[in-house]
Design a protein around this ligand. Structure first.
Ligand SMILES: Cc1cc2nc3c(=O)[nH]c(=O)nc-3n(C[C@H](O)[C@H](O)[C@H](O)COP(=O)(O)O)c2cc1C
Length: 236
């Protein structure tokens, strides 16, 4: 298993542009689900928002324990991301089906997904429910979480800083597709620069080159779902 280190977070260091996440929830019988949209509306305190649908099993577990962990999967985990976004923890053990390992966090009791290179532990501060027309409940609940800890696989941390550019995170695009970020085209001069831009550039180049091979492999032979069952019909 990869060793995991704590990383400073705050001022814009959370995640951007927002990748797809696997949110782990629950303590005695933990579960996780795929999340497409999240927000980072405040640096101090460091706040992260997620929006589960109110009838989700995972939302029940968030309400029960007041904690959740946002784990970031990489492009090698696309089928697991799809699986976790199609099946419910009410019916299946997603840990077993996706061959993911639970690892203990530092601040919360909800387990992290060890295979994901970055995880953010959060506790629930508020929930905002929305109303639709005629008093009907809105489609999603906004769960506002305080980020308590950010940890990452050692190999992505250079001099204590998490190097997001080295991670092959997954982004959702239109038409519905899974994408990776391309190369870095420069650094914002108003912000702190990487301490060793040449080292970072070399590692980013390697990453981008290997992405091309992974994309071609995906087209030639898409990985199967981590189950023999057919995909369930779309419900929402
Ligand atoms: C890319 C993607 C993004 C998703 N984003 C959300 C989301 O933001 N909120 C939500 O409630 N469900 C979202 N889902 C659907 C849930 O992940 C899915 O319904 C899952 O099976 C719920 O699991 P659970 O029943 O174990 O809680 C998304 C699914 C996918 C594939």
């Amino acid at each position: 298993m990869q060793s995991r280190v704590s990383v400073k977070f705050g001022a814009g260091n959370a995640f951007w542009p927002a990748p797809v996440a696997l949110v782990s929830v629950g303590i005695e019988n933990p579960n996780f689900f795929t999340l497409g949209v999240m927000g980072a509306p405040s640096d101090r305190p460091p706040i992260l928002t997620i929006s589960p649908k109110p009838y989700r099993y995972s939302y029940e577990l968030i309400r029960e324990h007041g904690q959740f962990v946002v784990n970031f999967p990489t492009v090698d985990m696309i089928r697991q991301v799809e699986y976790a976004g199609m099946y419910s923890g009410r019916d299946v053990d997603k840990w077993e089906k996706c061959a993911f390992t639970q690892v203990k966090g530092q601040e919360v009791e909800v387990p992290l997904i060890a295979e994901c290179p970055v995880s953010i532990e959060c506790r629930v501060l508020h929930e905002i429910r929305f109303q639709r027309d005629r008093g009907r409940m809105g489609t999603h609940v906004l769960v506002v979480g305080e980020m308590l800890s950010l940890s990452a696989h050692q190999e992505y941390v250079i001099e204590g800083e998490l190097c997001w550019d080295l991670l092959d995170l997954i982004f959702r695009s239109r038409p519905a597709s899974w994408r990776a970020l391309g190369p870095v085209m420069g650094y914002d001069i108003r912000k702190s620069q990487p301490s060793d831009p040449r080292l970072s550039a070399e590692r980013i180049e390697d990453r981008v080159t290997s992405l091309k091979d992974k994309a071609l492999a995906f087209y030639r032979e898409p990985p199967p779902l981590p189950t023999d069952e057919p995909a369930p019909p779309r419900v929402d």
